[in-house]
Design a protein around this ligand. Sequence first.
Ligand SMILES: Nc1ncnc2c1ncn2[C@@H]1O[C@H](COP(=O)(O)OP(=O)(O)OP(=O)(O)O)[C@@H](O)[C@H]1O
Ligand SMILES: [Mg+2]
Length: 354
Amino acid sequence: MDSTHPTAPVRLHSKWLRAAFLLLPVVAVVDYYAGYELQFSIFYLVSVYLATWFGGWGLGVLVALISVVLSLAGDLASGAVYKNELVPWWNCAIAISFYIVMVSVLHRLRMFQRQLEVRVRERTTALREEIQERKKLEQAVLEVSEREQRRIGHDLHDSLCQHLTSAALAGQVLSEKLHQKSVAESADSEQLVGLIESGIDLARSLARGLAPVELDMLGLTATLRELARTTSMRARLNCTLEMPEEVLLEDSEAVVHLYRIAQEAVNNAVRHSGGDRITISLQNTSQGVQMRVTDNGAGLPPEAARKSGMGLHIMRHRADMIGALCEVTGLERGTCVSVLVPTRTTTSAGAASI
Ligand SMILES: Nc1ncnc2c1ncn2[C@@H]1O[C@H](COP(=O)(O)OP(=O)(O)OP(=O)(O)O)[C@@H](O)[C@H]1O
Ligand SMILES: [Mg+2]
């Protein structure tokens, strides 16, 4: 039977049982020298308690019987005289009843305590499994969203961009024809072609944001620069990438997560900060590669005042998955998202794609 089960036999703790049995002769000797008039039941009870708690019901009863015998023998040896010969037997019966009640109560308490321990252990295991399961689910959700973003990016590139390119070419041809015929509207058609070409650029950069092509470290730098450029253009603010020295990071998974964290941090800065400057910086530190996204906006509101979005949570989860440390802190003016990818996942070269 499983020893953790509440009804399993009590595991013997030899140290305490030895103490219970060693204490018996000591108490008996003191009981003898103290004389028959002084009661020593309470001291025998210590051995009974130890034997029951650490050895179970049977050992408790055995020690109780030995205690009664030793106590009676001690009283008789120290010269106890009884008017009626039934008195010592009566005393023994009372003592044994008392000890057995104590043994039963202690045994029940012990069983109850073991049941509680088993229940706590079961709950802890269930909780641990639940946390594990949740982590797996979160990872699956991230993977699905990653895959979906990539799919939309590819579709955008392969369908809308191609379609717009054809439209731009057709517009170009039309514009040239109009120009040859010296029609006044040829300038309008050229403007139309220009608009379609900007549309192509926009769709391409959207596609690249959703599905960056190659993400080795140089690719990450280029992709972050592209992120800064498109953010500046779309949000009409100043977003830049600062990289004072070459930064090397091989772990492909880390590169992907770092890029996604940067994307969310930049989006948050655009949507929530109200600032006009965002800086993405990448640098080597003694502990690893550090990426920081800072803005000069209103700063992070206190936790209670924040909306219950998913972004910050996912950022931390992504960092967790690559063993990185992610901190979102308020600055004197603005907010800083800092991610430190520790050195053990950083090496010298490599490539990854998402
Ligand atoms: N750079 C920032 N400046 C000011 N406030 C911020 C900044 N980043 C986050 N916050 C605050 O923290 C909140 C939570 O951000 P989070 O990214 O988790 O959610 P969200 O952006 O509101 O929604 P989601 O990311 O799910 O689309 C935001 O609603 C905002 O109040
Ligand atoms: Mg967000």
